[in-house]
Design a binder for this molecule. Sequence first.
Ligand SMILES: *Cc1c(COP(=O)(O)O)cnc(C)c1O
Length: 233
Amino acid sequence: MDERRDELAANLAAVRERIRAACAAAGRGPDDVGLVVVTKFFPESDVRLLADLGVDAVGENRHQEAAAKAAACADLGLSWHFIGSIQSNKAAAVAAYSDVVESVDRVKLVAPLDRGAQERGRDVDCLVQVSLDPAGAQGRGGASPEEVRRVADAVAAAPGLRLRGVMAVAPLGEPALPAFERLAVVAAELRRDHAEATVVSAGMSGDLEEAIRCGATHVRVGSAVLGQRPPIK
Ligand SMILES: *Cc1c(COP(=O)(O)O)cnc(C)c1O
């Protein structure tokens, strides 16, 4: 266990240094960018070590795994970010343990998320997931830039939800920088209507520097902290 702790501590230090350097290069303050450590596929014991190492936000992308881990780690006071695709019939359950739902990508999710939040008796922060894939491409999820406004309006109108901003994943097979530049435009347009939507969650292990250069306020880093995940079945 001590060995794993040392490994996570070293990886975290390296990621924090990358974030610091990217902020400096972009003329941004070192505390401008929040770190969400993506713990999907990794055990509760790793979440506990991360919390002990000062991590305060973790991301999960599969409902069952996320629900179980959030319950098992409820004593740690972490902020739980849901970052995976959401089935409508699971949305209320996702809102029951998530502090931030980053992957709201269609209007249909809003009513069940709101219901889950209200049943829990606590507002849930939401980000609209924006697709950065070329129009019509089978991509990595998210609302098209045209749909973002409708989804955002629906979230903002829901009493149990708080619209906080946008999230995106860089498309495969295309450089991340121009995609994150497009995201920055979408985020700025959204802020014109919704001043409270200040969060831009973008950047992962492989492209956090590009995201920070384009204004990301949060990065979601998995493998650079925890190591390679087992291949997806
Ligand atoms: C898995 C995942 C991440 C983290 O990816 P890494 O490349 O391991 O850093 C970030 N965001 C989303 C939406 C993910 O599914």
